[in-house]
Design a protein around this ligand. Structure first.
Ligand code: BTN
Length: 268
């Protein structure tokens, strides 16, 4: 029987024509869908695991990820892409572009892609993405990309400490969305990008990302390894790292936290 508005059978039947994802796993509760799929990585290809709640939802940079049962989409995707370990970041960037496209298709509001792959709406975070990969020296064995999208969460359900920085589709659009429809649209959009991985067209992926990333050209605060610096984001490398022009010179970051600033925010 379907719990909430997710019908696993319907999703699986919709996926039957998808080239990359056939298996859909629907869990009421799990530790983390990331861990769940990593445990399946040796025996399964192209799977998606969605959980209503996670006891240990993981975010980027060692943070946790909280969600409300029945309201949001918290899911992970298992891939075995034919790419080098240095290109692992491209999977996250791709998922970010596919999610931005999905949200733009279903909701008239504007969405922005903040490097590397947060999606913002009205300056607040609506979706977070994390990719964890296992690799040999020259090949990725598997990658698990996890996505947390705030769909129907109401303002009162957002934890107080996040109320200035987090939002949901329902809050922004003033109406509820079918989580199943959002998920299926995303899988369809993400699958189109995966085709580029398989044809080894990583240049097309990064070109497309450069055009869509809203961080480029902005004044930003960068937090990396407990250090904070300010500068102007001026580009993205072929591996998806961000290039920042600072007073001390130009620096490249493969992983960091970025905050978009208005000019006057820099003088703290
Ligand atoms: C971020 O910090 O912005 C990334 C958040 C990613 C959260 C998702 S929810 C589904 C999947 N399972 C996890 O434990 N984390 C990811």
């Amino acid at each position: 029987m379907a719990l909430y508005d997710i019908d696993a059978k319907r999703i699986e039947s919709q996926l039957s024509n998808n080239r990359y994802f056939q298996r859909f796993i629907y869990l009421d509760e799990t530790y983390s869908t990331q861990v769940y799929l990593k445990n399946l990585a040796k025996e399964t290809f192209g799977a998606i695991a969605l959980a209503e709640t996670q006891s240990n939802g993981r975010g980027r940079q060692g943070r946790s990820w909280q969600s409300v049962k029945g309201k949001n989409l918290t899911f992970s995707i298992l891939l075995h892409p034919n790419i080098k370990p240095t290109e692992a970041q491209l999977i996250s960037l791709t998922a970010g572009m596919a999610m931005k496209k999905t949200l733009t298709e279903i909701c008239r509001t504007e969405f922005h892609l903040k490097w590397p792959n947060d999606i913002l709406c009205g300056g607040k975070k609506i979706c977070g993405i994390i990719t964890e990969a296992a690799s040999t020296a020259d090949r990725i064995l598997y990658a698990v990309t996890g996505i947390g999208l705030n769909v129907n969460m109401e303002r009162s359900e957002i934890p107080k400490e996040l109320s200035d920085i987090a939002t949901s589709l329902a809050i922004e659009a003033g109406k509820k969305y079918s989580r199943e429809d959002v998920l299926l649209k995303f899988i369809c959009n993400f699958s189109e990008y995966i085709a580029l991985f398989n044809s080894c067209d990583t240049a097309a992926i990064i070109d497309s990302y450069r055009k869509q990333c809203d961080t480029i050209g902005r004044t930003v605060r960068v937090i990396c390894d407990d250090k904070t610096l300010y500068g102007r984001a001026c580009g993205i490398t072929d591996e998806g790292a961000i290039i920042i022009k600072t007073d001390q010179g130009t620096m490249t970051f493969a992983a960091a936290d970025i905050v978009h600033l208005r000019m006057h925010d820099t003088a703290e």
